[in-house]
Design a protein around this ligand. Structure first.
Ligand code: DGL
Length: 355
């Protein structure tokens, strides 16, 4: 009996080795698809209905719906979550970043594709851009139409995302998003339209490149620090500092600045008007918050252009940080991670220039 068990274990081991050698011998890279939910995994009542439920289809169903994917790479798949990304949270972020880093340490894993809702995709992409510790490609992908829609964009987006992650040219470029044949950097990613398939843009820097004929064609690299060159490490983190965003507008009061401080926020990002300006009432409350040890970053609600230092607000006088080209949603991500290392506004300002 024992001999027979031993023989069957050896047989399975030899089979496993043969499979991995075959894949390598075929020259096909191994890409892990980690699914988190979103419209790409959504189901509509009809094939034209605008309404649908996000996060219904499983990762195996997603992969099986993409013809020819197995010619591009050896695919392995895991379901990390299955939520609408409006419910994305710190717990999933930390789980995702730790799983990505664990997988990319394995020599037989060549890249990662993450399926994700589009509502907060820019935030997750930036979080991973700052916390993935590898130069191997990590590509996020979503869709604007559910899997049941006529001309669903999910299957094509998954195919091109895998093709991008599987290509040697994609190494060392930071976390990317591939949708609608565009390759977008996490450094300047913004959802610009609520329904169009071309919604994602890099409004300040332009796309990293395009997917053409099933291959990435790059036209820029990022000048910002990321992934293997990032100083942030989530390995031992089980929670992230609380950072709130407060919008400025005509006649805005100090209500939400005080509320954020009273709720225990360690940081506040303001989505200011113009070059990150805020009402005097808000500014006074922000200065008070800094005196109480709360970090304050001035960003802008405007889609392009910087919330720069040395403009209408004397940041050094109050201990504020200017976000430059980082929009409020990514500024919140960077400030959360910055606060795991420092509360010094000059150090935080360095980070907002470098990342
Ligand atoms: N519920 C939204 C989300 O999961 C749908 C948007 C989408 O995925 O395109 O982000």
């Amino acid at each position: 009996m024992k001999t027979r068990n031993l023989r069957s274990i050896c047989g399975m081991l030899i089979m496993a080795l043969l499979v991995s050698f075959t894949a390598a011998a075929q020259g096909k890279p191994t890409i892990y698809i980690l699914a988190t939910g979103g419209t790409i995994a959504g189901q509509g009542a009809t094939n034209i209905a605008a309404g649908y439920k996000a996060g219904v289809i499983t990762v195996d169903q997603l992969v099986n719906a993409v013809p020819g994917l197995d010619q591009v790479a050896t695919i392995k798949a895991e379901q990390v979550a299955n939520i609408g990304s409006q419910d994305m949270n710190d717990e999933v972020w930390l789980k995702l970043a730790k799983r990505v880093n664990e997988l990319l340490k394995q020599p037989d894993v060549d890249g990662i594709v993450i399926t994700h809702g589009t509502d907060t995709q820019e935030e997750t992409a930036y979080f991973l851009n700052l916390t993935v510790k590898s130069d191997k490609p990590v590509v996020l992908v979503g869709s604007m139409r559910p899997s049941t829609a006529i001309s669903a964009d999910g299957p094509r987006n998954i195919y091109t995302a895998v093709a991008c992650a599987a290509d040697k040219e994609s190494k060392g470029r930071g976390v990317m998003v591939v949708m609608d044949d565009k390759i977008l950097g996490a450094d300047d990613l913004t959802k610009t339209n609520t329904i169009y398939v071309e919604t994602f843009q890099n409004p300040n820097y332009g796309p990293l490149g395009i997917m053409y004929n099933g291959k990435p064609v790059y036209s820029r690299t990022t000048l910002k620090r990321h992934t293997y060159n990032s100083e942030f490490d989530v390995t031992n983190l089980t929670a992230l500092p609380r950072v709130e965003i407060v919008l400025s507008y005509s006649n805005a009061t100090d209500l939400f600045i005080h509320s954020a401080v009273n709720a225990g926020a360690k940081g506040i990002v303001t989505a200011g008007v113009g070059n990150g300006n805020v009402t005097t009432l808000m500014q006074n409350a922000m200065a008070e918050a800094v005196k109480k040890g709360v970090a304050v970053v001035r960003s802008s609600r405007i889609m392009t252009g910087p919330a720069a230092q040395w403009d209408e607000i004397d940041d050094d006088k109050y201990g504020f940080t200017a976000s430059w080209f980082i929009n409020p949603y990514r500024a919140r991500v960077l400030l959360m991670l910055a606060l795991t290392k420092t509360n010094d506004y000059k150090e935080i300002q360095r980070m907002f220039v470098e990342y």
